[in-house]
Design a protein around this ligand. Structure first.
Ligand code: ADP
Length: 275
C-alpha cells in the first residue's frame, strides 16, 4: 500500500477515498478487470493527476470515485459518503451539489449561451440562478465578455472554461476532470490547466478547490501537486511536485512494463519523487 502521509498535502482531509476498490466488466471468458484493488486518498485543496497506460483503469477509477459508477467490492467515500449506501435520489443530490465534472468534449448545450450553460446546474437543482453568482463564475474563468455567446461562437479553450465555470458554480467539494485538455492545442491547454491550478491555489472560503484529473499528457500532469500512476488496475506509484520530464520518464517505464518504484519500492518513492 502507498504511504499517503506525504508532507506536501499532509494534514489535509481526504475528500475522496478508495480502499481496495475492485471493478470488472463482462463475465466468463470476456471478463475484464478494470480496477484490481485500488487504495488511494485525494486530499482537500490539492490537484491530483491520474496517469497510466491506456486500459490501466483511469477512467473507471474516476467514474467510481465520482459516484457515476459502482465498484464491485471495496469501499469508496465521496465527501465522506459511500455512494453504494445512498438511494438513487441521494446519490443524484450528492453528484449535483458536491461534485463538478469537466470532460474532454466540453459537453456544453449548443443552443444555450455561456451564461445559460453556467446557470444550468443551478436550474437543474431547482434553484433560481443568482445573476451575480453566475457573473462571478464567468469572471473567475476570464469570460465576462463572452457571457452572451453560444458555444459555436467560442474557441475550444473558451468552451472548456465555460465548462469549468459550470462545474464550479455550485461550489462543489471536488472537481473531476477527464482529459480536460484532450481536445485543445498546447497553448490553450496551458491556459485551462493554469486556470485549474489557480482554482486549487485560491479556491473559495476555507481553502482551495480539490481537483482530480485523468490525463495522458505529462505536461498537463505537471500542473498538479501530485501524480498517481495506475497500471493493470492498481496504483503502482505516485510522484510529488511533478515536472513534465519526470512524469514522461515514469510513464515510459510503466509503458515498458518497467514501472520504476512499483511494488516494494512504492512506499519509498511516494515521498521521494519530487524532481
Ligand atoms: P483507461 O481510462 O486507463 O484507458 P479504462 O478505465 O477505460 O482505462 O478501462 C480499463 C479496462 O476496462 C480496459 O481493459 C477497458 O477495455 C475495460 N472497460 C472499460 N469500460 C468498459 C465497459 N463499459 N465494458 C467492458 N470493458 C470496459
Amino acid at each position: 500500500m502507498i504511504d499517503m502521509d506525504v508532507p506536501a498535502w499532509g494534514g489535509g482531509r481526504a475528500v475522496v477515498s478508495l480502499t481496495q476498490a475492485r471493478k470488472s466488466y463482462g463475465g466468463g471468458s470476456s471478463l475484464v478487470t478494470a480496477l484490481a484493488g485500488v487504495t488511494v486518498d485525494f486530499y482537500e485543496g490539492t490537484f491530483t493527476a491520474i496517469m497510466g497506460p491506456s486500459g490501466s483503469g483511469k477512467s473507471t477509477l474516476l467514474q467510481c470515485a465520482a459516484g457515476l459508477d459502482r465498484v464491485d467490492s471495496g469501499k469508496v467515500l465521496l465527501t465522506g459518503m459511500d455512494p453504494r449506501r445512498l438511494s438513487r435520489r441521494a446519490l443524484t443530490e450528492l453528484r449535483r451539489e458536491r461534485v463538478g465534472f469537466v470532460f474532454q468534449s466540453f459537453n456544453l448545450m449548443p443552443s444555450l449561451t455561456a451564461r445559460q450553460n453556467v446557470e444550468l446546474p443551478l436550474r437543474l437543482a431547482g434553484k433560481r440562478p443568482d445573476p451575480q453568482e453566475v457573473a462571478q463564475a464567468l469572471a473567475d474563468v476570464g469570460l465576462s465578455d463572452r457571457a452572451g455567446h453560444l458555444p459555436s461562437q467560442l474557441s475550444g479553450g473558451q468552451q472548456q472554461r465555460v465548462a469549468i465555470a459550470r462545474a464550479l458554480v455550485t461550489d462543489p467539494d471536488v472537481l473531476f476532470a477527464d482529459e480536460p485538455t484532450g481536445a485543445l492545442d498546447s497553448r490553450t491547454s496551458r491556459e485551462v490547466l493554469g486556470l485549474l491550478r489557480r482554482m486549487v491555489a485560491s479556491g473559495g472560503q476555507g481553502g482551495g478547490q480539490t481537483v482530480i484529473m485523468v490525463t495522458h499528457d505529462p505536461l498537463a500532469a505537471s500542473f498538479a501537486d501530485r501524480v498517481v500512476f495506475l497500471a493493470d488496475g492498481v496504483v503502482t506509484d505516485e510522484m510529488a511536485a511533478p515536472t513534465a520530464a519526470s512524469v514522461a520518464a515514469r510513464m515510459a517505464g510503466l509503458e515498458a512494463g518497467l514501472s520504476a518504484g512499483s511494488n516494494a519500492g512504492s512506499n519509498a518513492s511516494a515521498g521521494s519523487t519530487a524532481c
